[in-house]
Design a protein around this ligand. Structure first.
Ligand code: ADP
Ligand code: NI
Length: 216
């Protein structure tokens, strides 16, 4: 199989797994992250084949859908083995996917390859701005979280365990993650794109609170 065929087959595999998901991790999230990764690659370089496969597969192993991380990662490595990719390429893709996720406000990111930095930025750009807002409310509804409760404060989680188990409100998730992403982008181009999307979220929150208090 040539590289194009491998990408096309992987698109079908991922569509099959994630199509119709209602938590903000559906195929169209993957599609946007894949496209954004290609755009970032044009400016930042890196190995495009690894970037594309990691972008396409990054949420197949998501901890929110499996009992543990290794169960999800096994599904991805089985897929890559079936495609007869070398161990070197497979390891690089798994490395990106393992480190891509945000794990709490107080938990440091440790992405160390350009391929990983690009996919992480593309994933994070899709978590902010208008689409980020929509995904966050979709996620909160799906997982049974309150939309907003002025009596509850945001918590800046210092471990992945705390972050993972939190049942905070969706509005508090903006402070626990979304508004922090602008300054955690890796690449210059993603930092620039993040500016506008960040500003849009600030405008949204101001309007939300004004309506809440009948000020508008
Ligand atoms: P990452 O892409 O860093 O792995 P996740 O997959 O955890 O991020 O989350 C993807 C999106 O799901 C987030 O950007 C956010 O919109 C939403 N999300 C995750 N956790 C929550 C939460 N506790 N409340 C509301 N939305 C959430
Ligand atoms: Ni994602």
């Amino acid at each position: 199989m040539n590289k194009n065929e491998i990408i096309n087959k992987t698109v079908e595999f991922v569509k099959n797994k994630l199509e119709g998901d209602s938590s903000g991790h559906d195929w169209w999230h993957i599609y946007r992250v894949w496209n954004m990764s290609k755009k970032l690659h044009k400016k930042e370089g890196g190995d495009l084949f690894i970037i594309e496969l990691a972008a396409l597969l990054h949420d197949v192993a998501d901890w929110k859908f499996y009992k543990n991380e290794s169960e999800g990662l096994k599904i991805i490595s089985d897929w890559l083995v079936q495609l007869k990719l070398s161990n070197g390429i497979t390891d690089k893709i798994i490395h990106v996917i393992k480190n891509v996720s945000f794990k709490g406000a107080g938990v440091k990111d440790k992405m160390d390859t350009i391929e990983g930095k690009i996919v992480q930025d593309a994933d994070r750009l899709d978590a902010i701005g208008a689409i980020g807002i929509a995904r966050t409310f979709a996620f909160g509804g799906k997982f049974g979280n309150e939309m907003h409760n002025p009596e509850k404060n945001a918590e800046l989680h210092n471990s992945f365990e705390e972050y993972k188990n939190s049942k905070g409100t969706t509005i508090n998730h903006f402070y626990e993650k979304l508004l922090l992403l602008k300054s955690r982008m890796n690449t210059k181009i993603a930092k620039d794109i993040a500016q506008d999307r960040h500003h849009f979220m600030e405008v949204f929150l101001k309007q939300f609170y004004d309506e809440w208090e009948n000020l508008k």
